[in-house]
Design a protein around this ligand. Structure first.
Ligand code: G6P
Length: 366
């Protein structure tokens, strides 16, 4: 109840702006510069037990599921373990193969989402090893899991998750780092990642310096009834979460697509009334993503590029510039300007940002 709006006009704006501080809180005391790793006190596994994990599966609903996809990509990249994310609402009704050497990671801001709780219970019944990554201490999922990691995002009031989402992704980066460092990730790579995590709050603050420009881009496109969010690999969870934010609070139909899949159907929808937000990190896929923009432009579709590269001028109609970090952390950093974009677009449309129609902050019934 101490959590007040202060000078903000709604909680979503406040919570977006709190992210440098909430990321700092979740990193606090968990990074080990000397050994280039992270220590998550809630996961009491010695190096041998950590090494015995052969697969990691992230479960959650909504934004927690998309954050899990960032986690799965990082586990695969740094620990070279097979990893994936699945909506908890699907897993609970499948008959999943539960393996002893899989680490299941249940992800939830509230810790009360019914589908996620039911998935945890089903996995535990089958002998699965489940940890919780949860924001709310004492919540049902935290209690059911018994061990795990708290997000330390502080209270999140806005229905659309922002700071809890980012802290989920940061915690998964630390989990992936600790799994990587008991395997083949070198101390120098570990240290590079630790330094980049440590610098993340400052990079997020830099995003906010561009808020007026992002708001102008949002205003310019606020007449669109539908939008694509396009990304590949690291950009794919960014596109999904960007689309999720926009549809939740602005009611604009937003659909995320993997860039390479565009030609297998969605290209048919491209026209001047369908802007595409394209996620373009300056990584080994830059040339591919530039090709994607050209394909969209050739069909008359407006393009908003979200990028930390210097793109050829005139390539995209609008550019949202993102600060540079280490490439593996781009999915975390790139999501922030898309939160700001969705926020301002909804604001221009006069939506009730903290309480979008038909949605609840936490879905405790099926
Ligand atoms: C609801 C909220 C979403 C959230 C999802 C999962 O649908 O509107 O913002 O991502 O639940 O919530 P949780 O508390 O489990 O993270």
């Amino acid at each position: 109840d101490d959590y007040q709006l202060g000078n903000y006009s709604n909680f979503m704006h406040k919570e977006i702006w709190e992210q440098p501080e909430s990321v700092r809180r979740t990193l606090l005391g968990r990074l080990d510069e000397r050994f280039g790793t992270a220590r998550l006190g809630g996961i009491n596994l010695d190096p041998r037990a950590l090494r015995a994990i052969r697969r990691v599966k992230f479960l959650g609903c909504g934004s927690a599921y998309y954050a899990g996809q960032i986690g799965a990509n990082l586990v695969e990249e740094w620990a070279r373990l097979p990893a994936d994310a699945e909506p908890a609402s699907e897993l609970r009704y499948r008959n999943p193969v539960v393996e002893e050497d899989t680490l299941y990671v249940a992800v939830s801001q509230s810790g009360e989402t019914a589908d996620t709780l039911a998935a945890v219970q089903e996995l535990r019944r089958k002998g699965g090893q489940v940890i919780g990554v949860v924001n709310t201490v004492g919540s049902a999922i935290a209690r059911e899991c018994g061990s795990g990691v708290f997000l330390h995002a502080g209270p999140e009031v806005s229905v659309a998750s922002t700071k809890a989402y980012t802290n989920m992704a940061v915690c998964f980066a630390m989990l992936a780092l600790s799994l990587g460092r008991v395997r083949d990730l070198s101390v120098s790579d570990g240290s590079r990642i630790v330094a980049a995590l440590d610098a993340l709050p400052a990079r997020i603050t830099e995003v906010f310096a561009a808020e007026d420009e992002i708001s102008a881009v949002a205003k310019e496109h606020s007449g669109a009834e539908r939008m694509f969010f396009i990304g590949r690999v690291r950009g794919w969870p960014v596109a999904r979460e960007g689309a999720q934010k926009l549809k939740e609070i602005s009611y604009v139909h937003a659909e995320a697509y993997q860039a390479g899949e565009l030609k297998h159907g969605p290209l048919a929808l491209i026209d001047p009334g369908m802007p595409s937000v394209v996620v373009v990190p300056d990584d080994e896929l830059l040339v591919k993503n530039i090709g994607t923009i050209e394909q969209i432009k050739a069909r008359g579709g407006p393009v908003i590029a979200v990028t930390n590269a210097s793109l050829p001028s005139g390539l995209a109609d609008s550019v949202i510039q993102v600060p540079r970090s280490e490439p593996e952390l781009d999915p975390i950093l790139f999501t922030i300007p898309l939160q700001v974009f969705a926020y301002h677009l909804a604001h221009h449309l006069g939506r009730d940002i903290d309480k979008p129609r038909n949605l609840a902050k936490s879905v405790t019934v099926e």
